[in-house]
Design a protein around this ligand. Structure first.
Ligand SMILES: NC(=O)c1ccc[n+]([C@@H]2O[C@H](COP(=O)([O-])OP(=O)(O)OC[C@H]3O[C@@H](n4cnc5c(N)ncnc54)[C@H](O)[C@@H]3O)[C@@H](O)[C@H]2O)c1
Length: 249
């Protein structure tokens, strides 16, 4: 019998943790559908690893876009083994300074899209006894300052993960969340700007806040996601795993 090539659908793959995750899965031998909003960055990703990565550019804004993405993956690869919900946005603001539009867009990308993508993916994951890995945050487990909508969205994602894990365990599907602390990605540049901080100063502060003395790198988060997708992780289900250098300890 031909060995099966597993497939992964990774959102937010044009930068940061999503890019590192798409690469890690491709290097591990998966066929990867990497999605993001920036075609030029997605082209750099496929140039970095020409074998195994295909790309789709677009916004994950609503049920149709998410269902179409899952169908694209299944029609190109014939199966879906792993869904990694990594796309996310932040706007640093307390509740009084969060506009209706910011609340909706943060909820739309960080919580609605994982729900729509998971719903569309489940029939295919049932076939493959597949995995969903949601990229939440330490701020999905505790509050952070000036990030009310972001914390609410990530807290919702952690509980969506846990509820789904219970519902689908008997079908052989596992659903977990990873909860990074500060990771060196373009999102941190946005956060520094929102907070009116010089990037170099903000990076020094965030390094020193971690007991490990440094922030986490995207490929360290990608390695955890890849592990959660592996056969060795079959009994890990419904968890929200911190990867934060001890920040929340
Ligand atoms: N960087 C950190 O410190 C940190 C910490 C905890 C959690 N996270 C989470 O990690 C995930 C990845 O973020 P990152 O740090 O790599 O930042 P990033 O900004 O590099 O990546 C976010 C990705 O999401 C994509 N995205 C945003 N809105 C989208 C939309 N509407 N449609 C499609 N794609 C969209 C962006 O294009 C980008 O590729 C996010 O969910 C973020 O909340 C990051």
């Amino acid at each position: 019998m031909e060995p099966v090539t597993k497939t992964a659908l990774v959102t937010g793959a044009s930068s940061g943790i999503g890019r590192a995750t798409a690469l890690a899965f491709a290097i591990a031998g998966y066929r990867v559908l990497a999605t993001g909003r920036d075609q030029a960055r997605l082209d750099l990703l496929t140039a970095a690893h020409p074998d195994g990565i295909e790309t789709v550019v677009g916004d994950i804004d609503g049920p149709k876009a998410c269902a179409d993405l899952v169908e694209t993956c299944v029609s190109r690869f014939g199966r879906l083994d792993v869904l990694v919900n990594c796309a996310g946005i932040i706007k640093r603001a307390d509740v009084e300074h969060t506009t209706d539009a910011d609340w909706r867009s943060i909820m739309g990308v960080n919580l609605d899209a994982p729900f729509y993508l998971s719903r569309a993916a489940l029939p295919h994951l049932r076939e493959t006894k597949g995995r969903i890995i949601n990229v939440a945050s330490d701020w999905g487990l505790r509050g952070g300052e000036h990030a009310a909508a972001y914390c609410a969205s990530k807290g919702g994602l952690v509980l969506l993960t846990r509820a789904m894990a219970r519902d689908h365990a008997r079908e052989g599907i596992t659903i977990n969340a990873v909860c990074p602390g500060d990771v060196v990605t373009p999102m941190l540049e946005k956060e520094a700007a929102d907070e009116g901080l010089a990037l170099s100063e903000a990076l020094k502060t965030w390094d020193s806040e971690s007991p490990s003395g440094r922030m986490t790198q995207p490929d360290e988060v990608a390695a955890l996601i890849l592990y959660l997708a592996s056969d060795a992780a079959a009994q890990i289900n419904g968890t929200a795993m911190l990867i934060d250098g001890g920040l929340c300890a």
